[in-house]
Ligand binder design. Structure first.
Ligand code: SF4
Length: 96
């Protein structure tokens, strides 16, 4: 993956596969949060929980490593990080 740090990225969670263990929240609490239903959701830049299916939020550059590690460690394989420009997944189960 070249120039990934220069591309704008966004992240979404497939709640159907989320185990609710909260690993993502430990890595990047600014981006992920567990709701009262026990599943993880992404948050908007102004801290609002985004509960629509497939909702995405931008990945702040300073948090890129934390979000990437979340996707790698996620036991449900359900954190998807993709480029905004072309929708190609760069981290997560559908990444090349
Ligand atoms: S790490 Fe994955 S499975 Fe665990 S709470 Fe976060 S999204 Fe759900």
């Amino acid at each position: 993956m070249q120039n990934e740090g220069l591309s704008e990225l966004e992240v979404w969670i497939d709640q159907d596969l989320c185990t609710g263990d909260g690993i993502c929240v430990q890595y990047a609490p600014e981006v992920f949060e567990l709701d009262i239903d026990g599943l993880a959701y992404v948050k908007s830049a102004d801290d609002e929980l985004l509960q629509d299916k497939g909702a995405t939020t931008p990945v702040p550059l300073p948090l890129l490593n934390d979000v990437r590690d979340s996707a790698k460690e996620c036991p449900g394989d359900c954190i998807h990080v993709r480029r905004v420009s072309d929708g190609v997944e760069v981290y997560g189960p559908d990444a090349e």
